[in-house]
Write a protein that binds this ligand. Structure first.
Ligand code: ADP
Ligand code: ZN
Ligand code: ZN
Length: 740
């Protein structure tokens, strides 16, 4: 007979579509249905009819995929994420069904085995070659290629035997094995403080939903501690999800995991091949992959029996996705833990104010690690006042005294103060490693013509092009636009006017190489080293002490452990502080603390030099004193006064389109119908700081409400009354991080 069910498609819809299903169809089944002229992937979301279509017009489900159905908790989670972030439910579901290969017909490998039919019965002559095949297959089935090799025969011999019915194919699923972690493989001896924290976390693994902040200074052994909780959950036969910032997923972390558990974990990140994605997705949904470490998108995988979530470096902004669906993976991970009734651990040395607020209000538990492991001490932090300790220009030291060309070089701009240079020299003399941090990719953030004042801008964005000397290109960091570095000024034609303005990491590397010609210097930044492999290799060289001075962007801040690193220089601490968005101070404090936290993790104490024009700045003072509490107190006060998160709620509206007038008009129309309830206010509209992005003009509005107000309800109501023209897009971003 059949019944009608509602199917959620992986398309931009919030509602289900009705389909005719078999009697035994049930919620969560992954199906393929006809939709328009195409076939679409979907999930049975509810039983019963949702539309008022005539029953006869309802089409039957075409295919029930032979996969485990989505669990009710996961369906609830998808609905929840969609509601909270005002995203289409179908597009959130798409993030779950994110392994295309898993939904296609299975690809089989064929092995061949003997049927028992004899050569005589098949009326074939005896031959050595044929007998070698038969002998080989007496032991085990093999593929054609293996038979050809193992028996030393041609493919035609095999084909004859198959056609005559002596051999038959044995289809086997192509499936990758994920070896189970060895729970007791290499358990480290924890310090007393670590053991206490581990016990605390393990106890949480016996009792349903809880959120625990694992708040430990850099180098205190947080990873070792949460590994114990993971081991406990593995012993229960359940799965563990470890979310990390994508860039931390390098060999270094994986090696540590392998050292502890004796096998490799399953991985999930943007660099996986389609086959790897498919294999991993299936293994997770069948409980064959026990531990999965992944970037934020791993949160949407269909775990069969999840028992624990860990969010490592939980303060990291890369957990916030700004893409098709805007969401904060750390916060959504807490929601998933709640819906699945399991414990979650947020691990960081620099928790964000939202997390601290939840701890102070007893929504989250907290366990602390206050000291570094073993003899390691926290580094000394010295503030360098660039107004007094001014960088002095430098010249390339001639390789030979007669080298005329080198000798006539003009002195070059400098960004390193004399005291930092001296510290670097001393560290080199001691054969210890140093690191310089500047959160700016490329050689120079801007090319300007000294003759006519022209600045080279991206044709698609309101942004300057960054000069990358290593690749000889000008690149837009917002849209990826790339062009050759012009030889003459495109405006006035001057051949000498174009000048690089300000430093990026490549320019710092040039200075360091010029000043310390014998040092081994390398740059680590997300574009010079684009692949995981390259990043991992630089990191390994640093670990193996094949680098004396490593220069890099924020990629350096992510959890690396370099025991021989004793000097860290922060080239421009003011860079982040100039940002006007609400998290600028917090992010700077976190970033600088994390970078500083790389120093002195071995047996030698480290020193951190922080270069600034504003040494009296409160954030830098707190950093220098290693006084997180002081910083947090300041930050709390300022956010409380302004009713900013966590003391209030925010949602951004980004209005964009190809026609600037239409965009502006729509933005002002939104303002006209802005909600007027008590405790709700709307800021803007204003042209976005990056007014043009990828050829689209943009305006922003910011909705601000008190904490106890449901901001989603207000936002939905608002968007409903305004008629948005089809050429204009209005994007919503709940709890925005970016204000560009
Ligand atoms: P965090 O994540 O808190 O910065 P890590 O977990 O990276 O700290 O630990 C820092 C270093 O100390 C790592 O190399 C780790 O293997 C080592 N370590 C920490 N605790 C122990 C322990 N109990 N026994 C042996 N090594 C440890
Ligand atoms: Zn010019
Ligand atoms: Zn651009």
């Amino acid at each position: 007979m059949g019944k009608i069910v509602g199917v959620m498609l992986t398309l931009p819809f919030n509602d289900v579509f009705d389909y005719l299903a078999t009697d035994d169809a049930h919620i969560g089944q992954i199906v393929r249905v006809p939709f328009g002229r195409e076939k679409q992937l979907g999930v049975i979301w509810k039983i019963g009819k949702s539309s008022n279509l005539d029953d006869k017009k309802i089409k039957p489900i075409e295919q029930y995929l032979p996969l485990n159905p989505l669990k009710p908790e996961l369906i609830k989670f998808v609905d929840w994420v969609a509601q909270y972030n005002l995203a289409f439910t179908g597009l959130v579901l798409k993030m779950v069904l994110c392994a295309k290969g898993a939904f296609e017909d299975e690809k089989y490998n064929f092995l061949y085995r003997l049927t028992g039919k004899t050569l005589a019965e098949a009326k074939l002559k005896n031959s050595d070659a044929r007998w070698r095949v038969i002998d080989l297959l007496k032991h085990a089935p093999y593929s054609r290629a293996e038979i050809a090799q193992g028996a030393g025969v041609s493919q035609s011999v095999i084909k004859t035997l198959i056609d005559a019915g002596l051999l038959e194919p044995l289809p086997v699923k192509k499936q990758k094995e994920f070896l189970p972690p060895k729970i007791h493989f290499n358990k480290v001896t924890l310090t007393q403080e670590q053991q206490k924290a581990a016990d605390y976390l393990c106890a949480k693994c016996d009792g349903g939903f809880s959120v625990t902040l694992l708040d430990g200074v850099t180098g205190s052994g947080k990873t070792e501690v949460y590994f114990e909780a993971a081991a406990k959950v593995l012993a229960q036969g359940r799965q563990v999800l470890i979310l990390v910032p994508e860039i931390s997923l390098t060999t270094q972390w994986l090696n540590r995991y392998e050292q502890r558990f004796g096998v490799k974990p399953a991985k999930w990140h943007s660099g996986l091949s389609t086959t790897e994605r498919t294999q991993t997705w299936k293994a997770v949904s069948e409980n064959r992959a026990k531990v999965l470490v992944g970037a934020r998108s791993a949160l949407f995988l269909p775990f069969a029996d999840l028992g624990l979530i860990v969010v490592d470096e939980s303060h990291d902004h890369s957990f916030k996705q700004e893409d098709v669906v805007n969401y904060q993976a750390r916060d959504m991970a807490v929601v998933r833990a709640k819906l699945e009734n399991l414990p979650i651990i947020l691990s960081t040395a620099t928790p964000d104010l939202e997390t601290i607020y939840n701890v102070e209000n007893n929504k989250y538990d907290c366990v602390k690690l206050t000291s570094r492991f073993a003899a390691a001490q926290l580094p000394d932090i010295k503030i360098i006042d660039l107004k007094k300790d001014k960088p002095v220009k430098w010249t390339v030291q001639p390789l030979t005294p007669n080298n005329q060309e080198e000798n006539i070089q003009k002195p070059k701009m400098s960004w390193l103060s004399p005291s930092l240079c001296q510290a670097l020299q001393e560290n080199l003399n001691k054969k210890e490693q140093s690191m310089l941090f500047l959160n700016r990719r490329g050689y120079a953030p801007l090319l300007i013509c000294r003759d006519c004042g022209h600045r080279i801008q991206c044709p698609n964005c309101t942004a300057w092009l960054t000069e990358h000397r290593s690749s000889k290109k000008l690149i837009c960091h917002h849209c990826g636009y790339m062009t050759d570095i012009p030889k003459v000024c495109p405006e006035c034609g001057s051949e000498t006017g174009l000048t690089a303005c300000g430093p990026g990491v490549e320019r710092i590397a040039e200075e360091v190489k010029g000043r310390f010609p014998n040092a081994r210097v390398e740059v680590l930044s997300s574009d010079t080293t684009s692949s995981f492999k390259e990043v991992s290799e630089v990191i390994s060289r640093m670990e193996n002490r094949q680098i004396d001075i490593l220069i890099g962007t924020q990629i350096l801040a992510k959890g690396h452990h370099f025991p021989a690193l004793t000097l860290v220089g922060i080239v421009d601490a003011d860079l982040g502080l100039m940002g006007s968005d609400l998290r600028a101070a917090e992010q700077t404090f976190q970033l600088l603390s994390q970078v500083a936290g790389r120093a002195g993790r071995g047996d030698k104490k480290g020193t951190v030099y922080v270069q600034t024009l504003y040494p009296e700045n409160a954030v830098l003072q707190a950093l220098a004193e290693n006084n997180r509490a002081k910083f947090l107190e300041l930050e709390k006060q300022s956010r409380k006064t302004l009713k900013l998160p966590p003391y209030g709620k925010l949602a951004a509206l980004i209005v964009s389109g190809a026609n600037p007038d239409m965009v502006e008009k729509t933005a002002y129309m939104l303002k006209k119908y802005a909600p007027t309830e008590n405790g709700v206010s709307v800021l803007g509209p204003a042209p976005a700081p990056i007014f043009m992005l990828r050829n689209k003009y943009r305006y922003r509005l910011l909705l601000k409400t008190l904490r106890n107000i449901n901001i989603q309800v207000i936002l939905k109501k608002w968007l409903k009354v305004v008629n948005i023209p089809s050429t204009v897009r209005v994007e919503t971003d709940i709890d925005p991080y970016s204000f560009m």
